[in-house]
Write a protein that binds this ligand. Sequence first.
Ligand SMILES: [Zn+2]
Length: 345
Amino acid sequence: MFEVIVTLCLAAAPGICRDILLPGHEAATEAACLAALERTPVAALPERVIAGGPVCVPVGEALGFDEVAPGVLVHVGAIAEADGENGGDMANLGIVIGTRSVAVIDTGSARWMGEAIWRAVRARTGLPVSHVILTHMHPDHVFGATVLAEAGAKVVGHEGLARALADRQENYLESLAARIGAGRLIGTAVAPVDVEVADATEIDLGGRVLEVRAWPAAHTGTDLTVLDRDSGVLFVGDLVFDKHLPTLDGSLRGWQVVLAELVTIPASGVVPGHGGPVLPWPDGAQDTARYLDVLAQDTHAAIGRGERLSDAVAGIAAEERDRWQLFDEHNARNATVAFTELEWE
Ligand SMILES: [Zn+2]
């Protein structure tokens, strides 16, 4: 199998380059790939940074996915912060294959991941990717989406997603570049949201329907869940964490309420945003719910004792430390968000 790439370099550092996959020209032979390229020439790219191509080359590496139910595949991200080693591959991602088309659920931290997801789809089916569903605004979930959008997929997100990403993309990309390297990030951008979900919507992939539901502020202000009605597998994004400490970037009280309702949804298994890859349901929500309860109780108690935020942070949810990975990286920030929210109660 062959695919089309173009080599892009950083305008500011022309020695740092990356081969960008341009999706949709895949073919069994190089000749057929070149013919496909001729029929659909590549759209204009920022000229000063193109170092080579477009050319047809043997397909690059696909991201690994495991089938967790018929036609439902999951890629398991590293339980880690983004770094040069994992390249930003730290969130769980999904592929659901219908009889007419395919949906991708979350896309990783960078364009290279969207490219590797596209290859994983192509290795399994020739059906088009009709939808890419983003479970929330965090960079490890959204930044691979542009490749799939270029391949024709509609980008589906919470009604607040486009605004949230417009406000944060500069910070997100700057921080990712520092963590995984600017070269690894070449070609990465925010994909426009085509389908904004305010309440709920259904996506028919042929032979199976996905129920997409938007939630009030919880983990973030842009949380979506995706239920594959056929298999009963529920993708919950970061509304449920496993192993990786939950991170709070929305509303603590909101998250507690949302989680209480989420567990009433019947599901055969749940794919959390981190960990898993498939948790029993509703038991799989227990660790996240317990942590949020402890975070709320400890924060409430500290406020009740009249402690200042800076003095309270170290003690809040400290008893949870041994139960999670990445506790030291995220708990102080969670406590700060919780304190700021609950001091107004
Ligand atoms: Zn998140």
